[in-house]
Design a protein around this ligand. Structure first.
Ligand code: ADP
Ligand code: MG
Length: 461
């Protein structure tokens, strides 16, 4: 059977009947020659079309009803492949699961850049991509009211779509009252047998990840020493004291924080203790006793569960902390690849390198050569070790949590050149790559999840 991916253009049927005129190379194959009807599958919708001979090779002419049923646009190019001798599947239909704020940005016509980039990538890949959230699904009818881009009229619009083939889960940052609904919806997705999901892990629990990775011999030496603390456990202050005595500087992090919002650096200084955190700007506070310092930290961390972690003596540039944010993604063959490893340089007096805390981002080589005088040989050596660490880490994460399509991994280098694993992210932002002016990797970071979706659904060449 002809199972290579091919492209078709959607046109509107002049009569009421929908028809298909197959591409020339497929028409030439005898098994398709004498067929007068084919089924077209789009997501969970199925329609029947007549096979016609015309000069418009590779076109599907859809009547209004079928156009609506398949959620397609006139002049849209889509990928297709034969699922069986009489069934053509078009797609993949990719539902991008996002938070309500993202949908609002589309509704107002002021989309977040990442949504726009993904839509541009979907056009280049001939895939059908739409943005959906917790209120988008009509379960009885298995239809989705989602936002997509109408390239004919150049506008975002709310439109009905078939249930997708793939859910690309980008749904981070739900408000606390929406969290249980998001969890329920993810659970419902699990019950749809035909649905493929990736990155449905909402976020990683920092303590759990630490514990799990610590059981991997190849990774444990990259993990900073870490202990668990809770607000309700009196022993926690003992844990923090013990870590401070050992390392002088520790990081306290809520187990479910992101964007550096729940991260505090705590240091022993000559006249007591110093904490540093980011709240609109870097803030430093001095406290005289450990009890005061820990109480203040607890007040700032809105979580009752957190970790205390050895502070890494990270490489600095003009007294600014540095780390790296690697983006790993799977490609159209389903293989992992390192898309980019931008270097982040923290803002002045800031203990975190998060981009939301105003760090500056640079290309890996550019930073190491220009700012740190690394030789080409040093860079190659470092790159090899980072590569090994990244691949080992994604392998371990997948062994523990299941398959992912992308992961963001924070790594640091200390002043002795030693590498450290800081954390991994289930909804990696692409802003670090954008800010490092790596245009090629930035574009690629939006195309790869679509290519991976094509791989998952059999749209491959
Ligand atoms: N143990 C540590 N030593 C030194 N810096 C750290 C440490 N842990 C975190 N940081 C800094 O804080 C930033 C945010 O911490 P991270 O664990 O990545 O939490 P988040 O989920 O908020 O991004 C890191 O990118 C790094 O700059
Ligand atoms: Mg981080």
């Amino acid at each position: 059977m002809y199972n290579e991916k091919f492209n078709v253009t959607i046109k509107n049927a002049t009569a009421t009947d929908s028809t298909i005129c197959l591409p020339a190379d497929i028409r030439a194959k005898k098994e398709y020659k004498y067929r007068d009807q084919l089924k077209i599958i789009g997501g969970n919708s199925e329609i029947r079309v007549d096979v016609v001979e015309s000069d418009n090779f590779g076109t599907i002419n859809l009547n209004e009803n079928h156009l609506h049923q398949l959620g397609l646009y006139i002049n849209q190019q889509v990928s297709a492949c034969f699922q069986s001798i009489d069934k053509i599947k078009i797609g993949p239909y990719i539902g991008v699961f996002v938070n309500i704020g993202s949908l609002n940005s589309l509704m107002k016509g002021t989309p977040y850049k990442r949504l726009l980039e993904l839509i541009k990538a979907s056009k280049e890949e001939n895939a059908i991509v739409y943005f959906m959230s917790i209120r988008s699904i009509n379960w009885p009818e298995m239809r989705i009211s989602a936002y997509s881009y109408n390239f004919n009229d150049n506008l975002w619009e709310l439109k009905k779509f078939p249930f997708p083939d793939v859910i690309y889960d980008r749904g981070g940052g739900f408000l606390p009252n929406q969290m249980p609904v998001a969890k329920y919806i993810r659970h419902q997705f699990d019950n749809v047998e035909t649905l493929i999901k990736f990155n449905s892990q909402h976020y990683f629990n920092k303590w759990e990840v630490y514990q799990r990775l610590a059981s991997y011999e190849e990774i444990v030496s990259y993990l900073p020493d870490t202990l668990y603390c809770t607000n309700t456990n009196d022993g926690s202050i003992g844990n923090i004291m013990a870590m401070l005595n050992k390392y002088n500087t520790v990081y306290l992090k809520a187990i479910l924080g992101s964007n550096g919002k729940q991260v505090i650096r705590l240091m022993k200084v000559h006249c007591g203790y110093e904490i540093n955190y980011f709240k609109n700007k870097p803030v430093t506070e001095n406290l005289s006793t450990i009890e005061e310092a820990v109480n203040r930290a607890k007040e700032l961390l809105s979580s009752t569960s957190y970790i205390v972690q050895q502070g890494i003596d990270v490489l600095q540039y003009k007294e600014r902390n540095i780390d790296m944010r690697a983006l790993m993604q799977r490609n159209r063959k389903g293989q992992w690849q390192i898309v980019a490893v931008p270097v982040r340089i923290a803002a002045k007096n800031c203990s975190i390198t998060s981009t939301s805390a105003g760090s500056s981002c640079y290309l890996f080589e550019e930073a190491l050569i220009n700012l740190f005088d690394y030789s080409v040989k040093d860079i190659t050596k470092l790159k090899n070790e980072i590569t090994r660490l990244l691949y080992t880490t994604v392998q371990a994460i997948e062994a523990e949590y299941g398959t992912f399509g992308e992961l963001g991994i924070d790594i640091a280098i200390d002043n002795n050149g030693k590498l450290w694993f800081i954390e991994c992210n289930a909804k990696p932002g692409k802003d670090t790559i954008f800010l490092s002016k790596n245009e090629e990797a930035y574009k690629k970071s939006f195309r790869l999840p679509i290519q991976y979706s094509q791989y998952l659904t059999g749209f491959t060449n």
